[in-house]
Design a protein around this ligand. Sequence first.
Ligand SMILES: [Zn+2]
Length: 265
Amino acid sequence: MHLHATGRETAGEVLSAMDEAGVSLACILAPFLTPPYSLQDGASLQAANDYAAALVHGAEDRLAGFAVVNPALPGAAAEVERCVGLGLRGLKLVPAGWYPYDDAPRAVYAAAEAHRLPVLFHSGIFIDGRSSRYCRPAYYEALRDSPTLRATLAHLGWPWCDEAIAVALIDRIHGLRPNDCQFRLDISFGPPPPYRQEVIGRAWQVLGAELLLYGSDRFLPCTGADLRRAQSEAAAVLDRLGLSDAEARRVFSENARDWLHARPT
Ligand SMILES: [Zn+2]
């Protein structure tokens, strides 16, 4: 989960880093944080989505390409449709200049529902240092109006982790099985190291391992050693918390495969 393309990687490099780190399947997000790509420039996002589609083409069994659109820009829902045609299998959305409960993103949510695209939402503090107010976890309650949308809130919503856990808990309180729940949380970097164990531990204790997805949040190109280091850090945290091997397997692979509608190997 949650590998960022930058426009500077090749599929060969990505696959060999994955081989080196023992990663069989990775979600690759279209570039949007590295020039010339920008969330505020719709033409650049179309180019980013074309780039992501070309990057994963021919390796779709190992690379799940995620499109990026800005719902506040005209044509965002049409761009989602176009990306489905390109073979992209999910959507990454970053509320930056729009709120998840606004009217603007609803057409994008509808397109994602229609094509059963899982959506990875940024949640919590945002790297631009300006947009975090749009990314509060509770704002994603608006997704309940799109009940078949399958969302993952990234970074455990840090620093609003309690809020993210509470949002994800509601379906469990209503008795839904984990696979039927609308929200998952990714445990990718967000909480800095002194917070990580406590925050991941709380999420595990409250939600269970089934709703947690591992993500490295690394920027490509990176080495297999980089991916391996990210995995080892997360594995050490899960181990210290006392997750069973079966639970750790869920977090590292099975939950993401279910979420992508991919079959476990
Ligand atoms: Zn990220």
